[in-house]
Ligand binder design. Structure first.
Ligand SMILES: NC(=O)C1=CN([C@@H]2O[C@H](COP(=O)(O)OP(=O)(O)OC[C@H]3O[C@@H](n4cnc5c(N)ncnc54)[C@H](OP(=O)(O)O)[C@@H]3O)[C@@H](O)[C@H]2O)C=CC1
Ligand SMILES: CC1=C(/C=C/C(C)=C/C=C/C(C)=C/C=O)C(C)(C)CCC1
Length: 317
């Protein structure tokens, strides 16, 4: 029987396709084959109201996890959460407000989470923005760097003790192939001297890779792993700031992954048994992938770490 990979009725069905390579469409990419169950596990997914994050939440809810949908727009998040609750039968899909463009909101989210939840087993730093016209976050950070990197850096810092207490635990950072084009412009981190919105995205995705590398190094021996991934080119709302990209995404949608396909590597990094002790790795299509030389620069990773701490006013040794 031939079945279309598209359409919500097929989403997350682990027996849908027989092989690792998905639907037969070349672009579908790898599929997470793990049948791991997550009853009793607590997961946070940022930006889970739509796109890759929503499909990741749906899958982990289906596996029985308690899923915290951490989003800036609670109305959109509640619509996604109630759809997931209805479809999976898992009532433990909970919406919490988190605006990564505002460190006050990040601190409030973490404070409430730590007061309400005794454990945290999986943190998926998924939310992201791309191609934003020049703008700054509430704290004066360039938006791509602020949301994609600094917001998740602070969130991880605030939740790390709870992850350590709940170990084995995993941190999954969603980066991009675009990290290959990025560089960390330490002399102009906030794009005040020059700004290109495409490059700003790439720089922030390189920051995700370097953050993961340094975090994994620091977490050696804690049973908390940190991995980073490229989800593939996915038909989602990420292109919303560019009319041209919206048009291209629509026109060439057949050559892009669906959000469900795009979520497979996040799910794989979050649950696959064979990754229990794998840390500091970069994945694409549910397998290790090539990291750019700049993404392997340990000195840059250390410098970015200390600059990020300075910008956020935190001490993270
Ligand atoms: N789509 C693709 O081709 C690729 C995507 N990626 C990465 O995958 C991740 C998910 O992207 P994708 O699903 O495609 O994109 P979407 O635009 O569909 O989803 C992005 C999510 O991030 C949320 N978000 C944006 N800004 C903030 C903020 N300030 N605070 C909290 N949440 C925020 C959005 O919320 P809201 O809906 O309210 O705006 C949304 O839930 C991103 O990190 C992206 O960089 C990487 C490579 C390719
Ligand atoms: C070349 C080309 C395409 C591919 C674009 C790609 C591959 C974009 C990747 C974007 C990423 C990685 C974004 C997020 O991080 C289209 C638009 C399908 C069709 C037109 C020609």
């Amino acid at each position: 029987m031939s079945v279309s990979p598209r359409g919500p009725e097929h989403i997350g069905d682990p027996d849908r396709w027989g092989d690792t390579w998905g639907s037969g469409r070349y672009v579908a990419g790898g599929r997470c084959k793990s049948t791991a169950r997550l009853e009793g596990k607590v997961v946070i997914i940022t930006g889970a109201n739509t796109g890759i994050g929503k499909e990741t939440a749906r899958d982990l809810a289906r596996r029985g996890a308690r899923v915290i949908v951490a989003c800036r727009d609670t109305a959109k998040a509640e619509a996604a959460a109630s759809e997931i609750r209805a479809e999976t039968g898992n009532q433990q899909v909970i919406v919490k407000k988190l605006d990564l463009a505002d460190t006050k909101s990040i601190r409030e989210f973490a404070e409430q989470f730590l007061a309400e939840e005794k454990e945290l087993h999986i943190l998926i730093n998924n939310a992201g923005v791309m191609l934003c016209p020049y703008s700054k976050t509430a704290d004066g950070f360039e938006t791509h760097l602020g949301v994609n990197h600094l917001g998740h850096f602070l969130l991880t810092f605030l939740l790390l003790e709870r992850l350590k207490q709940s170990a084995p635990a995993r941190i999954v950072n969603v980066s991009s192939l675009a990290h290959h084009v990025g560089r960390i412009r330490f002399h102009d981190l906030h794009g005040e001297k020059s700004y290109n919105r495409g490059l700003a995205y790439c720089h922030s995705k390189l920051a995700n890779v370097l953050f993961t590398r340094e975090l994994a190094r620091r977490l050696q021996g804690t049973k908390v792993t940190a991995n980073v991934l490229h989800p593939g080119s996915v038909h989602s709302d990420l292109v919303r700031h560019s009319l041209l990209m919206m048009w291209l995404w629509k026109l060439f949608s057949f050559f892009l992954k669906t959000p469900w396909e795009g979520a497979q590597t996040s799910i794989y990094c979050a649950v696959a048994e064979e990754l229990n002790s794998v840390t500091g790795q970069y994945f694409s299509d549910c397998r290790p992938a090539y990291v750019s030389p700049r993404g392997r620069d340990d000195e840059a990773a250390k410098k970015l770490w200390s600059v990020s701490c300075e910008l956020l006013g935190i001490q993270w040794d």
